[in-house]
Design a protein. Structure first.
Lengths: 342, 468
C-alpha cells in the first residue's frame, strides 16, 4: 500500500528582528525585499511621532545588521510636511530592479523614490497625484517584471499601472468594483515566473491573477475566517513551484494555496526568540525573569498584523508583522528523502 | 424649516455629539428632533467605524500605539463616527471612571476600556460597574492587584465609592464610612490581573482579568448596613441600589450633557442647580433598572435640556473635535492628526492621561489665560483656513445670500454656520463695526472669502463661542 504525499510542505524556520527605533531591529515593518547574497531590505513604516523609525533596515537572513537608510519626516504643522528628497511619510513597499536598486512607494506623498542597495538616494518620480494615466492615488504594492518594468498597485484608484523604470506610463488595468478584474483598495502584488500578476484585492478579500497584459485569469478567496477565506489580505507571493502564499492580515495568519488557488494549509504563527531578541534579553536579564512569570506567553508565537509576504529562490517565506516588529520565516520543503548527511 | 429647529438640533449635536456642520444640522432638523434623539440613542443603527482602513494607514493603531497614538485614534473616531453619542458617552465615562496612561502597563488597554464604555456605557450602570471592576486597566491603575486577603489596598474600594458611584455625600450627609471602604476593599480581594509579557523584544500584550479565590477574604463584611460574606459583585449589587448612586449618575449626566454644575468634591454640600431635573433622572435610573440610555432619553427630550443652550463651557476635546468636524478636516486618515490632537492637551485635557483619579474639573476651570489663548488660536486658525472644504462650504452658503450683504447678514450667516451661535449685543456691535468698516460686502468680490473667514475668526474668538 502506498501513501500519497503532498508536495507542498511549509515549516517554520526562525524569527528575525525586535522592536527598535534605531540600529538592529524594526519599527512597524511592512515589507521585506530579498536582495542577493542573503541581504534583506526591511521597510519600516514607523510612526509620525518618531520619524527616525521610518527607514529601511538592511540585514542578512542570518540576522546580521548591515545598515539603515532613508528617513521619516520632520514636519512643521498638520499641513506642512518636509517634502525633501529621500523623505518617506507613509512608505508601503520596496521593489528591487535587476540592479538591486530599491524603489519605494509612499502612499502619502504619491511618490516613488529610489535608492541604491548601499542606501544612496538616486532620485524620485515627480509626484503625480490624480486619477489620470500615470497618476497615482496611494500607491501601495509594487513589483518589477523580468524586463525591469514596474507594476504599481494604485490603491486609491482601484487599479494597477505599469511603468518603465524611469516612470513612463505604459498601461493600466482594473477599475473599482467587485467583479472579475475589478478592485477594492488593492494592496499587495507579485509576479510569478511566467510573468503573471497576482494582486491582493484587499477590501474584496480575494486574490486575483492576471496575465502580463492585464487579462483576468482567475480569482480565489472570499470574506471570512474559514480555510481559504480572508480578512483583508495584504500581501501575496508565489514561489518557483507556483505555490501561492497570502498574508491574511486581520485573520492573523499565512495561508497557502496551490497554483490553482486551492487551499493547502495555513500557519497562525510560531515565532520564537530571534537572535536580536536574545541579545536584548541577555542585556536586560530582568526581562528573562518577567517572561518566566508572564501569563499567556504562548501568545507571542502568533502572527499579529502580517502585512506582507515575500518568497526567495531558496524556498524561504518571509512574513513581516507590523504589530510585532519582527519577521517570521518559513521554509517550503520537499517531503521526500533528500539523502544522508555527507 | 424654522431657524429654531436648526438651532435646537445644533444644541443637541453639541451635547450628544461633537457639533456638526450646517448641512448635517439641516438634514437632522428635517428628520425631526425626537427622531434624531432616538437615532443617537441607538448607535447600532448606524454604520461602525471602518477600522480596517484606519489601521491600514495608521499602522500603530493596530496594536502598539503609545499615548499619542491612542489619543490620535480616539480623536479620529470622535471626528468621523456615525455614532456620535457612542463616542460622547465614551468621553463621558472616561471623565468619570478614570484611568490614566501615567499608570498603565499597555496603552492599548485603555482603548479596550473605551470600547467597553462605547457599548456597556450606554446600557446598565450595574453592568458597567461590574465590567469596570474587572477591567485590567482599572485593576492595575487603582492597585486592586496589590490588594490581598489580610493585607488590603484600599485604593480601588475607596475610589469606587467616592468617585465612581456613591460620591462622598449628598444633602449634607456622608454616603459611606471608612469602614465601608475597608469592607469593599476586602470584598474585592482576589480580583487581579495576569502578569504581563515584557515590552521587549516584540511589544506588549494586554493583561487579562483573573479571580484568585485563594487570595479572597472569605470572612463576613458589613457594607452600607448589610452583612455577609460579600464578594465584589455583591458590593456592586448593593451600590447600585443606593439613592446616592442615582444622584451621582444623575448629577454627572447633568453636568456633562446639560449645564455646568459645581465640581464633584462640592456635591455633598452643594445642591444640584436644577433639583427637579436631577429628580427626574434619579427616578428614571430606578425605573429603568439603572439604564443609561433610558436616562439620556429623558434628558435629551426634556424641556430643561432644550432650554439649556450655551450653559456649558466646551471641553478641550469638544472644542478641537467640533472645529475639525466643522471645517471638514481629517475625514480620512492622514499625517498631521497627532498635532491636532496635541491641541486638546494644550487646552488642558490630556485625553487618557487625566491629572488625577478625579479626572478633570470642568466648566470655567477649563479656562485660564494660557488655555484661552490656545483655544482662540486653534479655532481661529482652522476656520480661517480657506483650503478647508468646510470653510469653503460656509463661504459659498454665506455668498448665496445675494450679491451684496449687510454687516448683519454676514454676521448672522456666520453665526448660523458655526452652529446657531448667539452674541451679546455689545459683542455684536463690535463685529458690525468691524464688518462695516471694510465698505460694501460683495459676495462676488475677490476678497469675499477672506472677509467671511475673518468674520468666522472674530466670532470664534468671542466669549460666547467658549460655550456649548
Amino acid at each position: 500500500m502506498t501513501t500519497e504525499i503532498s508536495h507542498i510542505s511549509v515549516q517554520y524556520s526562525k524569527t528575525i528582528g525586535r522592536g527598535e527605533q534605531f540600529g538592529p531591529g524594526f519599527n512597524y515593518p511592512v515589507f521585506v525585499a530579498r536582495g542577493k547574497e542573503g541581504i534583506m531590505y526591511v521597510l519600516c513604516r514607523g510612526t509620525e511621532f518618531r520619524p527616525e523609525g521610518v527607514r529601511v533596515t538592511v540585514c542578512t537572513t542570518d540576522e546580521e545588521y548591515v545598515a539603515t537608510f532613508a528617513r521619516g519626516i520632520d514636519y512643521q504643522g498638520p499641513h506642512e510636511h518636509n517634502m525633501e528628497d529621500g523623505s518617506l511619510v507613509w512608505p508601503t513597499c520596496i521593489a528591487l530592479d535587476s540592479q538591486e536598486n530599491l524603489f519605494i512607494s509612499d502612499e502619502w506623498l504619491n511618490r516613488i523614490s529610489s535608492f541604491s542597495k548601499d542606501g544612496d538616494y538616486l532620485g524620485k518620480w515627480e509626484e503625480r497625484s490624480g486619477t489620470g494615466d500615470g497618476e497615482l492615488d496611494r500607491p501601495s504594492g509594487m513589483a518589477f517584471d523580468a524586463d525591469d518594468n514596474l507594476y504599481i498597485v494604485d490603491c486609491g484608484n482601484h487599479r494597477v499601472q505599469k511603468f518603465n523604470k524611469d516612470g513612463k506610463f505604459l498601461m493600466k488595468f482594473g477599475t473599482e468594483g467587485s467583479g472579475d478584474g475589478e478592485f477594492n483598495m488593492p494592496w499587495g502584488i507579485t509576479i510569478d515566473g511566467n510573468g503573471d500578476i497576482f494582486i491582493a484585492d484587499w477590501r474584496n478579500d480575494r486574490i486575483q491573477k492576471f496575465s502580463p497584459d492585464g487579462t483576468f485569469l482567475m480569482k480565489f478567496g472570499s470574506s471570512g475566517s474559514g480555510e481559504g477565506q480572508f480578512d483583508r489580505p495584504t500581501g501575496v507571493a508565489v514561489d518557483k513551484d507556483g505555490v501561492i502564499y497570502v498574508s491574511d492580515w486581520l485573520n492573523n495568519r499565512l495561508q497557502i494555496f496551490d497554483a490553482g488557488g486551492n487551499f493547502v494549509g495555513l500557519k497562525t504563527g510560531e515565532a520564537g526568540i530571534s537572535k536580536w531578541a536574545k541579545d536584548k534579553l541577555d542585556a536586560n536579564a530582568e526581562m528573562w525573569d518577567e517572561r518566566e512569570r508572564a501569563q499567556g506567553l504562548e501568545r507571542e508565537k502568533d502572527f499579529w498584523g502580517p502585512t506582507g509576504v515575500t518568497v526567495d529562490d531558496d524556498g524561504r517565506i518571509f512574513v513581516p508583522e507590523s504589530a510585532r516588529n519582527r519577521i517570521q520565516v518559513y521554509r517550503s520543503q520537499s517531503p521526500t528523502f533528500a539523502g544522508p548527511r555527507l | 424649516m424654522p431657524d429654531q429647529d436648526i438651532s435646537l438640533i445644533a444644541h443637541l449635536m453639541r451635547r450628544a455629539g461633537f457639533s456638526a456642520p450646517l448641512e448635517e444640522l439641516q438634514a437632522r432638523a428635517a428628520k425631526g428632533y425626537d427622531a434624531t434623539v432616538d437615532e443617537l440613542l441607538d448607535p447600532e443603527s448606524q454604520p461602525p467605524m471602518e477600522r480596517d482602513i484606519m489601521m491600514r494607514y495608521k499602522a500603530d493603531w493596530l496594536a502598539q500605539a503609545g499615548l499619542e497614538g491612542q489619543q490620535e485614534e480616539w480623536t479620529f473616531r470622535m471626528i468621523n463616527s456615525k455614532r456620535p453619542l457612542q463616542e460622547k458617552i465614551a468621553l463621558f465615562w472616561h471623565c468619570v471612571l478614570v484611568t490614566g496612561h501615567a499608570k498603565c502597563e499597555y496603552p492599548k488597554q485603555q482603548s479596550m476600556e473605551l470600547d467597553m464604555f462605547r457599548t456597556v456605557g450606554m446600557g446598565s450602570f450595574h453592568e458597567l460597574l461590574k465590567g469596570l471592576s474587572k477591567d485590567p486597566a482599572m485593576v492595575f491603575y487603582l492597585d486592586n492587584c496589590m490588594s490581598h486577603a489580610g493585607a488590603i489596598n484600599e485604593n480601588w474600594g475607596r475610589e469606587l465609592l467616592e468617585l465612581f458611584s456613591l460620591g462622598v455625600g449628598m444633602d449634607g450627609e456622608f454616603n459611606y464610612s471608612e469602614d465601608d471602604v475597608k469592607a469593599a476593599a476586602r470584598a474585592f480581594t482576589g480580583w487581579t490581573v495576569t502578569n504581563s509579557i515584557p515590552r521587549y523584544p516584540y511589544g506588549k500584550y494586554e493583561a487579562k482579568f483573573m479571580y484568585d479565590p485563594r487570595d479572597h477574604d472569605n470572612d463576613d463584611k458589613t457594607f452600607l448596613g448589610e452583612t455577609g460574606n460579600f464578594n465584589g459583585e455583591d458590593i456592586v449589587d448593593i451600590i447600585v441600589r443606593q439613592p446616592a448612586t442615582a444622584r451621582f449618575v444623575a448629577r454627572h449626566l447633568y453636568n456633562f450633557f446639560v449645564a455646568d454644575e459645581p465640581q464633584v468634591p462640592a456635591w455633598k454640600d452643594s445642591p444640584p442647580i436644577d433639583a427637579s431635573a436631577i429628580k427626574e433622572l434619579e427616578d428614571e435610573y430606578f425605573r429603568s433598572n439603572y439604564n443609561i440610555t433610558a436616562m439620556l432619553r429623558v434628558l435629551f427630550k426634556s424641556d430643561w435640556f432644550k432650554a439649556a443652550t450655551f450653559a456649558k463651557i466646551k471641553s478641550p476635546a469638544e472644542t478641537v473635535v467640533g472645529t475639525l468636524k466643522l471645517v471638514g478636516d481629517f475625514k480620512f486618515p492622514r499625517p498631521g492628526l497627532d498635532m491636532m490632537t496635541m491641541n486638546i492637551r494644550f487646552m488642558g485635557q490630556d485625553l487618557l492621561n487625566p491629572p488625577t483619579v478625579e479626572g478633570w474639573h470642568t466648566g470655567r476651570e477649563w479656562i485660564d489665560s494660557g488655555t484661552l489663548v490656545e483655544r482662540i488660536n486653534f479655532t481661529a486658525d482652522q476656520v480661517g483656513n480657506l483650503n478647508h472644504s468646510g470653510v469653503k462650504n460656509i463661504i459659498n452658503r454665506v455668498g448665496s445670500i445675494g450679491p451684496v450683504l449687510t454687516a448683519d447678514q454676514l454676521i448672522d450667516a456666520c453665526l448660523e454656520n458655526l452652529g446657531s451661535y448667539q452674541l451679546h449685543q455689545e459683542t455684536r456691535n463690535q463685529l458690525v463695526e468691524m464688518a462695516s468698516g471694510e465698505g460694501e460686502i460683495r459676495s462676488d468680490a475677490e476678497g469675499f472669502p477672506l472677509q467671511v473667514a475673518t468674520m468666522l475668526q472674530s466670532i470664534v474668538a468671542t466669549t460666547e463661542y467658549l460655550f456649548a
